[in-house]
Design a protein around this ligand. Structure first.
Ligand code: BG6
Length: 493
């Protein structure tokens, strides 16, 4: 490191994501000594600001996750001293040249000056910025890496166009496409759980798994983001990326090694095996306002930034099938929604009935005979991260009464650490050039190929979303969808 410098340029320096996630993540990495000694942050945006004003701006958002307050306090000022601000237009090469010249000031005397550009800007200007940055501000002596974050287009065609444009300026090697869900602790752990334990992998197939559910639920609406959200809807916002990424990691075959290319090869393969979706596989919903005790909860359409009468889904449930030897016939049920009863993201794996179960306690659902208390493995991604396995156990005492209880690995109780934010992990990986947790272009291509036809059909047929009250469990239709496949959503059992 000593002969190297690192400059992180946050393009779109005054945006929400930058303030809430990027600066705090950089600060946490700095406090933990994970960044090179010669490290600087450059904010870049159109508005005029001095370095001092920029430091004041980000100073308020630097929370201290790591170690004790005192050591963070010491580092607070030294971190801010490394932060600079450079105003400039997003499509003006000479402004990027001026930025580059400023950066050479903090890079001098070093053999290798590495640069990261974090494009925290709307996708409409990705290409302009990538062009200017690569022509006028890429590192003369080290590597230059560019971080981009969704939305990566709105469908297959717009994604392909964006890729074509970006590839004029950046190589695949330089591009780090973030899906911040891949930076979450429990998602990173998914491969460990599967491939480092003998007890799970042998069960990981249609032979023992009855269905897999990925549930994303938020207890707040689009408040303030309606304008953005309305152009995308919940399928593009969360399902086509975060939830599908989870499914592909969950369902992929064992990679040849932990090398980024090997992992991503397997993810792409499983994405290619997914059966095309039809309207019968999808339920869409939209939240409406509700009057609570002393508080009124606005509906989606009450948001001033949402066009009147919008049909944009704020909830969707999707039944996915993977046509391969491992997963043939196993429903993967995905559901995601805003303004629901609680905030939770979980993977739930429901196992098959125990054959010839001496203790069976059956119920019938859509003609299917199910054990009331099948084993279920739950990975709670957030909040209160946990992995637990529901098992049947004898209630201690005389007599023979059974209880479905949990083998419980709740992180807070087991590990005495504050979990890093996803952005910390991901930014650190960019610094280290590790692409395991970043999306390759062919993965996105496959993800869009799966969702583009159904999104177009929903939009062209003007499918009416089923209304659900703010703070509820979502549309009833999602229960019908699940029951079609003999499934009950695990989060309501
Ligand atoms: C973003 C979506 O990608 O993920 C948001 O655009 C959503 O709509 C957010 O709220 C959820 O992220 P997290 O990390 O808070 O679960």
């Amino acid at each position: 490191w000593t002969q190297e410098t690192l400059s992180v340029v946050v393009v779109g320096a005054s945006g929400d994501l930058a303030r809430k996630k990027i600066y705090p993540a950089l600060f946490a990495l700095y406090v933990e000594d994970m960044l090179p000694e010669n490290f600087s942050v450059y904010g870049y945006a159109r508005s005029k600001m001095s370095d001092e004003e920029f430091r004041d701006y980000i100073g308020g958002s630097l929370t201290c996750r790591v170690t004790d307050e005192d050591s963070c306090g010491d580092k607070y000022d030294t971190f801010l001293e490394r932060c600079y601000y450079q105003p400039g237009q997003y499509s003006d090469e000479s402004d990027f040249k001026a930025l580059s010249e400023r950066m050479t000031g903090t890079e001098k005397d070093r053999k290798k000056a590495n640069r990261i550009f974090y494009l925290s800007i709307p996708p409409s200007i990705f290409t302009a910025v990538a062009g200017c940055a690569s022509k006028a501000a890429s590192s003369p002596s080290g590597w230059t890496r560019v971080i981009v974050e969704k939305p990566f287009g709105k469908d297959s065609e717009s994604f392909a166009q964006l890729e074509r444009e970006l590839s004029n300026f950046l190589t695949e090697d330089q591009m780090y496409r973030i899906d911040h869900y891949l930076g979450k602790e429990l998602i990173e752990n998914l491969t460990v759980l599967r491939f480092a334990n003998l007890v799970f992998e042998p069960l990981w197939s249609r032979n023992y798994i009855r269905n897999v559910q990925v549930i994303f639920s938020e207890d707040f609406g689009t408040e303030g983001r309606g304008g953005y959200f309305d152009q995308y809807g919940i399928i593009r916002d969360v399902i086509q990326n975060h939830l599908l990424q989870i499914v592909s990691l969950f369902a992929m075959e064992a990679p040849v090694s932990l090398d980024a290319e090997h992992i991503r090869n397997e993810k792409v393969k499983v994405l290619h095996c997914m059966k095309q979706l039809t309207l019968d596989d999808v339920v869409v919903g939209q939240y409406r306002g509700r009057q609570g005790k002393g508080h009124s909860y606005p509906g989606y359409l009450d948001d001033d930034t949402v066009p009147p009468g919008s049909l944009c889904p704020t909830f969707a449930a999707v039944a996915l099938f993977i046509n391969n030897a491992r997963w043939d016939g196993v429903p993967f049920l995905l559901k995601a929604g805003k303004a629901l009863a609680n905030r939770r993201t979980e993977i739930r794996v429901q196992f098959r009935n125990v054959p010839g179960n001496l203790f069976s306690d059956r119920l019938s659902l859509n003609g299917m005979d199910l054990d009331r208390s099948t084993n279920e493995l739950v990975m709670r991604i957030q909040p209160n991260e946990a992995i637990y396995l529901k098992i049947n156990n004898k209630i201690p005492g005389l007599g023979m009464k059974l209880d479905t209880t949990k083998l419980d690995l709740t992180y807070k109780q087991r590990y005495n650490v504050h979990l890093p934010d996803a952005y910390e992990r991901l930014i650190l990986d960019v610094v280290n050039g590790d692409k395991r947790l970043f999306i390759r272009n062919d993965e996105l291509d496959a993800a869009w190929a799966l969702f583009t036809p159904i999104l177009k059909e929903i939009e062209s047929k003007k499918v009416q979303p089923e209304l659900y009250p703010y703070g509820s469990r979502g549309p009833v239709g999602s229960h019908y969808l699940a029951s079609k496949y003999g499934v009950r959503w695990g989060d309501i059992l």
